[in-house]
Design a binder for this molecule. Structure first.
Ligand SMILES: Cc1ncc(C[n+]2csc(CCOP(=O)(O)OP(=O)(O)O)c2C)c(N)n1
Ligand SMILES: [Mg+2]
Length: 326
């Protein structure tokens, strides 16, 4: 498989950096007491979202998780409206009523983050089934964690995706933990791609911190799905650098050396190294991108901070499709 063009690599770098900056800022704003709700940070896992979504068209579908900021930005979500959602402001993607774990924008094919572990998988089945029935050639991607693969709904959904030959890509973000439980304690078979065989679909394990491996595996899976070849399971081996959620220091169930070892495999640093050493991109050019994105993020934060809060009487609006109220 040929390596992505330099132009695409630079685009992928931008997206990963957009995600990293967004989350670092969100973490700080949360700790300063400016953001309500919960935050599950994706820092360290950016190559998965970007490697996968770089293969998708605007009208393809994704379903996300409680750790969804990366998926959202990688699929084309804008940081200003996203930040406004975290601030619980009316200008947010869900008018400030959803927050981090419910961000959605159907017009971008993003069918939603989801606080219920595993719940996005059958939704992606539904989206893929609609694409198949309507003959649109769209594909659906379900993102989920290693912990989610112990849910019954994972097995049911993979079985249906296989027997109905759905145009679907099942992407496991295997970050080695489900909350504070290491993967080796919550499942015997730690290479999740092996499970694909029992449903009759291809499965592949990749280094989730290497954007090229993620990109290539997804490229093949998307081709297969669009051409009637059915679903693929991709197990992306990765790591979250931060705690499970913003209030978890992540120190009681993993030791510092483990975290440091993974930090040496930072997916953004890796892509940066390839760009500089193999594609002759000047470090100053990458720093200019970082700065441009930082300025854009500052504007997004100002936009969010200065936007209005929803009124109490708005609480009963938007609860049902079509504006039907009880
Ligand atoms: C059905 C359900 N069970 C339990 C929880 C509580 N919970 C939230 S995140 C999480 C761990 C999920 O682990 P994994 O799927 O590996 O995702 P990660 O947090 O590692 O990204 C759990 C158990 C939940 N939100 N939903
Ligand atoms: Mg996990």
């Amino acid at each position: 498989m040929p390596r992505p063009s330099k132009e695409l690599m630079l685009q992928m770098y931008r997206k990963m950096m957009e995600i990293r900056q967004f989350e670092e800022a969100a973490s700080e704003l949360y700790q300063r007491g400016e953001l309500p709700g919960f935050l599950h940070l994706y820092i360290g896992e950016e190559a998965t979202a970007v490697g996968v979504c770089s293969n998708l068209n605007d009208d393809d579908y994704i379903t996300s998780t409680h750790r969804g900021h990366g998926h959202f930005i990688a699929k084309g979500g804008k940081r200003d409206r996203m930040m406004a959602e975290l601030f619980a402001k009316t200008t947010g993607y869900c008018k400030g009523k959803g927050g981090s774990m419910h961000i959605a924008d159907v017009s971008l094919g993003i069918l939603g983050a989801n606080g219920v572990v595993g719940a996005g998988i059958p939704m992606a089945n539904g989206a893929a089934l609609s694409a198949k029935m309507q003959g649109t050639k769209k594909v659906a991607v379900a993102f989920f964690g290693d912990g989610a693969t112990n849910q019954g709904v994972f097995h049911e959904s993979l079985n249906l995706a296989a027997v109905w030959e759905l145009p679907e890509i099942l992407v496991c973000e295997n970050n080695q933990y489900g909350m504070g439980t290491p993967q080796r304690e919550h499942q015997k078979v730690t290479d999740i791609s092996i499970r694909a065989e029992s449903y009759g679909m291809p499965g592949i394990r990749v280094d989730g911190n290497n954007i090229f491996e993620v990109y290539d595996a997804t490229y093949e899976a998307v081709e297969r799905a669009r051409n009637g070849g059915g679903p693929t399971l991709i197990d992306c081996n990765t790591y979250r650098f931060r705690g499970h959620h913003i209030g978890d220091p992540g120190t009681s169930y993993r030791d510092r050396t483990e975290v440091e070892e993974w930090q040496k495999r930072d997916p953004i640093a890796y892509l940066k190294k390839v760009l500089v050493e193999e594609e002759s991109v000047a470090e100053t050019d990458l720093e200019a991108i970082d700065q441009e994105l930082r300025d854009d993020l500052e504007a997004a934060i100002d936009f969010a901070r200065s936007s209005p809060s929803p009124r109490p009487e708005d609480a009963l609006e938007d609860l049902y499709a079509g504006g039907i109220r009880p």
